[in-house]
Design a protein. Structure first.
Length: 362
């Protein structure tokens, strides 16, 4: 089986992290975002993964080659010369998707989506109804912010899509994970094209589009606040599926994922909902909750971090306080006794004065 992952452009919503690293390689739960997806696809029987790429594709190829060998799969690259939206990349990758005498259904997914990825169940459901396409839908608390999916609750057949409804119609939204029969490619042209607006409504009108509701967690982690929300959901799911992967100890509170190379000082309190990456050093008396701290970052003594993403090789000084979705890019140096509130700091900066209001430091 084959799968197409829509990698897209510059990852601007997740900056400053994506200024140094393409978005699919940013670590989520101590593993590149895309690797979560690829490993789940392999479990469902996928042997060829096609990446629709435009930005930093050479870095992606270099980093993913070792994983392709480890997993025994082929990773191919479909290069976009111009942005092709959410449907155009399928037409561009047609030559890869239709290889073979009897092309099978193929998966398509957005690279920003984190989930339990029930691809085997999705394949079974898709084959069961026998129509052209199946999309995953996720339940949301505020449907008025999204385009919602209206469908038959008994069999999953999609009736229509409604953009940002002002009164309650449905609380299910497109979750960015699909499976299609090859015939769907007849509906798509090799130009910038939206699958949500120019393909799905016509499939639904023809009775060819079904949906399957996700039972576990789902989040689009394309921006920092959602990255942290998704991290909390992922750790909760990990507690259910693989509790042995989470850290235990007198200084640990709740769900905490710690690489074995991390060094933690005395009298620290870590958690709930914290991920510490390889080579991270936490000095004495540090308090961290609801944060991701990435590879080789150093947190000095008695600092306090809540709802932050600390980028690779960054340093946080003594008695510093960072909160409210503060994001440090790679190699940022926050000096002692600094307060940062909702600040995004570009790579290689040194911060010597407090920033009490949310802003971007370039």
């Amino acid at each position: 089986m084959k799968a197409l992952i829509l990698v897209g452009g510059y990852g601007t919503r997740l900056r400053p992290l994506t200024l140094n690293v393409p978005k699919p390689l940013v670590e989520f739960g101590n593993k590149p975002i895309m690797l979560h997806q690829i490993e789940a696809l392999v479990e469902a029987g996928v042997t060829t993964v096609i990446l629709a790429v435009s930005y930093m594709s050479n870095v992606l190829e270099e980093k993913l080659e070792q994983h392709a060998k480890r997993l025994g799969i082929q990773i191919l690259y479909s290069h976009e010369e111009e942005p092709l939206g959410t449907a155009g990349p399928l037409a561009l990758a047609k030559k890869y998707l239709l290889v073979g005498d009897n092309p099978e259904p193929f998966f398509v997914l957005n690279s920003d989506v984190i989930s339990d990825y029930p691809f085997s169940r999705l394949l079974e459901f898709h084959r069961g109804h026998g129509k052209e396409g199946t999309i995953c839908v996720a339940k949301v608390e505020e449907p008025s912010k999204y385009g919602v999916v209206v469908y038959d609750q008994e069999n999953g057949q999609i009736q229509r899509f409604v953009e940002k409804p002002q009164e309650f119609i449905s609380n299910k939204i497109n979750a960015g994970m699909y499976i299609f029969n090859p015939s769907v490619l007849n509906r798509i042209e090799p130009r910038p094209m939206s699958i949500e607006k120019e393909v799905f409504p016509f499939m639904a009108n023809a009775g060819e589009l079904f949906c399957m509701e996700l039972e576990d967690f789902w989040m689009d982690i394309g921006q920092p606040k959602d990255f942290l929300r998704g991290m909390c959901m992922y750790l909760t799911s990990l507690r259910k599926r693989s509790p042995e992967a989470l850290h235990k100890g007198s200084n640990i509170v709740g769900n905490v994922l710690i690489d074995e190379s991390v060094k933690i000082g005395e009298n620290c309190k870590i958690g709930p909902n914290v991920v510490l990456g390889p080579g991270v050093v936490i000095a004495d008396g540090v308090r961290i909750k609801r944060c991701t701290v990435m590879r080789d970052a150093k947190i000095k003594s008695h600092s306090w971090l809540e709802s932050c993403i600390i980028g690779w090789e960054s340093r946080v000084g003594q008695w510093a306080r960072l909160e409210n979705v503060t994001v440090l890019g790679q190699d940022v140096n926050v000096q002692d006794e600094i307060y940062l509130n909702g600040v995004r700091i570009l790579p290689h900066k040194s911060i010597s004065a407090s920033v009490p209001e949310p802003q971007i430091i370039m």
